[in-house]
Write a protein that binds this ligand. Structure first.
Ligand code: NAD
Length: 446
């Protein structure tokens, strides 16, 4: 008998094995979300869930997003020509409170990518103890080929297309790859025009004068550095004796570079989408930042040695901080990496196969859901301030961020040691346990 109870002959009769197997595969749970990144997110989740002994019922509920909206919309380009864009908003769980997650622009943005990122957001928020479920969105486009006016029209139209499922108590977007304060201001304005009054709390990561918070711009990078401090303290290693390589010089990578250098770390390699630069004697972060601010990219930087963007990851160092995009540390390059610790500023930079190779080689990997949780933590602070119509000082934001991350770090360390596992699996298990408990308490409606 076949899996569905029908006989083999009958199955053969409906169109051949290949067709049947193909159609059965497409009926498997999760087939809508298929993507390399979703595979990675599911694999990490399953390890954490296995460690917890999570029951199948809750496991199945957490494996797939609850809602997704796919939108296609026209935008007039500066040339007068009209182009169609595809956008997404995926909401992973509605159990914990409103949903929270950034939106990004890039040629590879897809439903499956947003599903994986939304799932990580759920566990990141749970790990830090924020009252949110995870979400993620984006528009498939090449932002480097669109003018500021075109990006504004894309952002405004995307905001109005996903209007039905967002709101300050429903789903609160934020910056991610290729989006920042400017896009958040356009987004907030568009939402406010639709409802007829200003709603600053619809997005976080806004400019300060529009209800943004002190410290949001550096929050993710600062959080990465706080986690590095905790990690090294635990290993009794002085921070100022370390050498670091940073991949990505955007919001996260540039902040990590600056904050690590301020703490005495030698920056021996950096990269962006145009390539890498290494220098054993140390690069000057201020000069790197000034060059990128003026020229847009690292290309042409007049100091250090230029290398390929893959090569920079293999530069000998203590700390490697991938802070660019996903899928950068794979089975292919993991055997050649020479770092002692990898701290994930980006979401999903390491594949499960690379994780295994690195673990066998004794390289510790501090996972994204802990290391880059500073961004969503300060986004939460921004949302709280907006709701209460008050503004905290920068020092208060930084102090609260440190406390919240130290606490999450301590819980992950305790789970890691108690369960004799790796950082990622411990972090997943701590986060999944919290969401699972909430799911059990709310039971199932009706
Ligand atoms: P960003 O757009 O500001 O910067 C991305 C940087 O990565 C740029 O310097 C770009 O040139 C570089 N880059 C792109 N592809 C590259 C490649 N193949 N090799 C080397 N460099 C490459 O984005 P960001 O906001 O800094 O986000 C970076 C990562 O951090 C993403 O994975 C994002 O999801 C994650 N993250 C961001 C935030 C946030 O608050 N911005 C919060 C949590 C996680």
């Amino acid at each position: 008998m076949g899996a569905n109870g029908r006989g083999v002959e009958e199955r053969r009769g409906t169109g051949g094995w290949d067709t049947i197997l193909e159609s059965e595969r497409s009926l498997q749970p999760g087939s809508e979300w298929q993507s390399e990144l979703y595979r990675v997110a599911v694999s990490q989740f399953q390890r954490g869930a296995d460690l917890l002994g999570l029951e199948d019922e809750i496991r199945a509920r957490l494996l797939e997003p609850r809602r997704a909206l796919v939108v296609n919309f026209p935008v007039r380009l500066d040339t007068g020509e009209v182009r169609s864009f595809t956008g997404y908003r995926v909401q992973h769980t509605l159990t914990m409170g409103p949903m929270k997650g950034g939106f990004r622009y890039g040629p590879g943005v897809s439903l499956g990518e947003c599903a994986a990122l939304a799932m990580w957001m759920t566990f990141k928020c749970a790990l830090v103890g924020l009252p949110f479920g995870g979400a993620k969105g984006g528009v498939r486009c090449d932002p480097n080929r669109l003018s500021a006016d075109e990006l504004e029209r894309v952002t405004r139209r995307y905001a109005s297309e996903i209007f039905p499922i967002i709101g300050p108590d429903r789903d609160i977007p934020a910056p991610d790859v290729a989006t920042g304060e400017r896009e958040m201001a356009w987004f907030m304005d568009t939402y406010s025009q639709q409802v007829g009054h200003p709603v600053p709390e619809i997005v976080t990561g806004k400019p300060l004068v529009l209800g943004g918070t002190e410290g949001r711009d550096i929050a993710t990078g600062l959080g990465v550095v706080f986690c590095i401090e905790d990690l090294l303290k635990g290993d009794d290693e002085p921070l100022d004796a370390q050498r670091a390589v940073i991949q990505g010089l955007g919001n996260v990578g540039a902040t990590v570079m600056r904050e690590l250098a301020q703490r005495g770390v030698t920056i021996v390699g950096v990269s962006d989408v145009t390539g890498g630069v290494v220098d054993d004697d140390g690069l000057d972060p201020a000069t790197v930042e000034a060059w990128v601010a003026e020229h847009g990219f690292l290309r042409g930087y007049p100091h250090g040695t230029h290398v390929g963007r893959g090569e920079v990851l293999e530069q000998p160092c203590d700390l490697l901080v991938p802070a660019a995009v996903e899928n950068q540390i794979t089975a292919e390059n993991a055997p050649r990496l020479e770092a002692r610790w990898i701290v994930e500023g980006a979401n999903g930079p390491t594949t499960p196969e690379a994780d295994q190779i690195l673990a066998d080689r004794g390289v510790e990997v501090l996972p994204d859901i802990l290391a880059n949780a500073g961004g969503v933590t300060v986004s939460y602070f921004e949302w709280v301030q907006d709701q209460q119509k008050l503004a905290w000082q920068g020092t208060e934001v930084a102090t609260r961020l440190r406390l919240q991350l130290n606490d999450a770090f301590a819980r992950v360390r305790e789970a890691k040691e108690r369960q004799a596992t790796d950082w990622r699996t411990a972090a997943q298990a701590v986060a999944i346990a919290r969401v699972a408990e909430a799911s059990r308490l709310r039971t199932i409606y009706p």
